[in-house]
Write a protein that binds this ligand. Sequence first.
Ligand code: BGP
Length: 480
Amino acid sequence: MRTFREDFLWGGATAANQYEGAWDADGKGPSVSDMCTNGSHTVPKRITPEFEEGTLYPSREATDFYHHYEEDIALAAEMGFKVFRMSINWSRIFPTGMETEPNEAGLAFYDKVFDELNKHKIEPLVTISHYEIPYALVDKYNGWYAREVIDCFVRYCEAIFERYQNKVKYWLTFNEINSGTMPMGAVLSLGTVKGYSGPLNKVPDEKQIRFQALHHQFVASAKVVKLAHEKYPQFKMGNMDLFATSYPNTCNPDDVLLNQQSMRNMNWFVGDVQVRGYYPSYSERFFEENDIVIKKEAGDDELLKEGKVDFYTFSYYMSVCQSADPEVNAKAGGNLIGGVSNPYLKASDWGWQIDPKGLRYTLNEIYDRYQIPLMVVENGLGAYDKLEEDGSIHDAYRIDYLRQHIEQMEEAVKDGVDLMGYTPWGWIDVVSASTGEMAKRYGFVYVDKYDDGTGDLSRKKKDSFFWYKKVIESNGKDLA
Ligand code: BGP
């Protein structure tokens, strides 16, 4: 029976905006994330076009990878990482996104990071854009709504591809590109919030703007995938989707149909464009019914066909149910992605429903549809950790969560899925994307940093650190 490949890429995932800090060091410009305040499970984060004195902007320091990269990479190496998912901060390379020449100090920083990874024989997996659009592009162009941003992005990619061509093989164009199909994606993913000041969940929703901006991201992604294939044949180019699996709440055909629609709009739509190379037929009706008219330029459709990704990656944290019954929906509690909760599942402290078998189901569904290699590039449990007096952190709940998901990944491999690797989210504690908190921790490594901005940034190994090391050593066999 099949099991994890010999060269399975075990590792962990991070993103510059939540990890790197040093938000204005060595010529870096502010990104959209640097303009976001902290929040909590109950209080939404805000974006402010001007910095407010006395307000905490957690991405500014984050957990300071910028000054800890050697120590952190050594910790990753100690666990036996084969791959290290990270992102490049666009505004470190092009501070406003509009310069014609890249910032040498920014480029030099990632040289050091990649060299350090290479020293430990760890393969970088680089997300090119992970919620880090330079804020100047938001201010000038309303983010991805403007077609001009495509050229800015291509210039950025040309610079990093050329510079790191011998250091990086695996690239992902946009993190969770389907965020743009949801109102919440307007801020971090699309940057279509020119002049907006206020909570992230109250941004006025304009579908026309969101889907036009998303089209520009599709074109930008296809352009750089095509460029990579032509000029750097050693590169492997991937997409990245936020896969929010949903089930019909009941076997009522109304629920089943609604769920089909929701799976298409939420999960399949972006993958269909980036893997198959064209807008799926069902999108026409959706656009029509929602008064969305996508402005395409001549050549866009050809580009989408020419810029298909080589492998499919996604984040997976939870599942939800879809109900067509307004009464059921009225009673439903909050969740990041809406939907109704599943009585067979338990939820995390942040209300995300834990569904390991859903991961097996999802891997099978994606592989059946696309038949290209897959990688789970985010998964994990955001939880409150307790730092004991002796410096230990006993996170058995996190080990349980990950163990169950790895078991189900192996089942999917047995089912025939071609799975390349696994990088659980926030392998070292980072700032939460949805709430800006530090209290929502995912890591195998604890970082001494707190919601009020205090902490000495020291690193401590949690119990899960030693557990994951064994998992990697045994290529996923020893999950005890
Ligand atoms: C994904 C993002 C990550 C990450 C993760 C966990 O949506 O790609 O950036 O943070 O979710 O989410 P959170 O930090 O909100 O718990």
